[in-house]
Design a protein around this ligand. Structure first.
Ligand code: ITT
Length: 185
């Protein structure tokens, strides 16, 4: 079986490929723009995105909506993370937090998977904090400014170390379990 990974973000594709290895599933990266509804809920974005993709007759795919939620910014950038990343970037987020002592935040990741027309939705969270400067060269997006342990940024971790504690890693482990159940029957 071939599972299409529908995303414009190659960083996500790498993480999915690592996490879904060994299940006997082949993956294919597909860039297929779909509407991301304006809502404050990652799961709603995913459900609406899945409907739209299915309405084009496409089956056997995964999509992922994720975001960084910063407590002292009342959850911003959250579902607007992609827009914030493209416009103000990591430096803009750091500027918004200048002088702020409450640096708590979390990454959320919602994955929607269609397998033969059946829906699987899983969520993963990674709690942590926003660093005071960008650090590290790995990963993508907000990885240089996010730390799960207050010491290393996600961009300083090896890919496997990030998978072990990240929002996407947590979500994909749940997806793996669900896929494994279905592939065994
Ligand atoms: P899609 O085509 O899959 O939507 P995207 O990059 O636009 O790709 P999102 O809409 O889910 O993804 O936006 C999430 C934003 O948060 C985006 O800027 C990502 O770079 C960033 N992000 C998501 N997961 C991340 C991670 O694991 N580490 C760092 N930044 C992440």
């Amino acid at each position: 079986m071939i599972l299409k990974i529908i995303t414009s973000n190659p960083g996500k594709v790498e993480e999915f490929r690592r996490a879904l290895g060994g299940l006997g599933i082949d993956t294919e990266h597909v860039r297929l723009p779909y509407d991301e509804v304006q809502t404050s809920d990652l799961e709603e974005v995913v459900r609406k995105g899945m409907e739209e993709i299915r309405s084009r007759g496409i089956r056997d795919f995964i999509i992922d909506d994720s975001g960084l939620f910063v407590d002292s910014l009342r959850g911003f950038p959250g579902v607007w993370s992609a827009y914030a990343q493209k416009t103000i970037g990591n430096r803009g987020i750091l500027r918004l937090l200048e002088g702020e002592t409450d640096r708590r935040g979390r990454f959320g990741c919602c994955i929607g998977c269609d397998i033969g027309g059946e829906t699987i939705i899983v969520m993963g969270i990674s709690e942590g904090s926003i660093l005071h400067e960008e650090r590290g060269l790995g990963g993508f997006g907000f990885d240089p400014i996010f730390s799960h342990d207050g010491v290393s940024s996600f961009a300083e971790l090896s890919p496997e170390e990030k998978d072990a504690v990240s929002h996407r890693g947590n979500a994909v482990r749940l997806l793996r379990e669900e896929l494994a159940k279905r592939l065994l029957v």
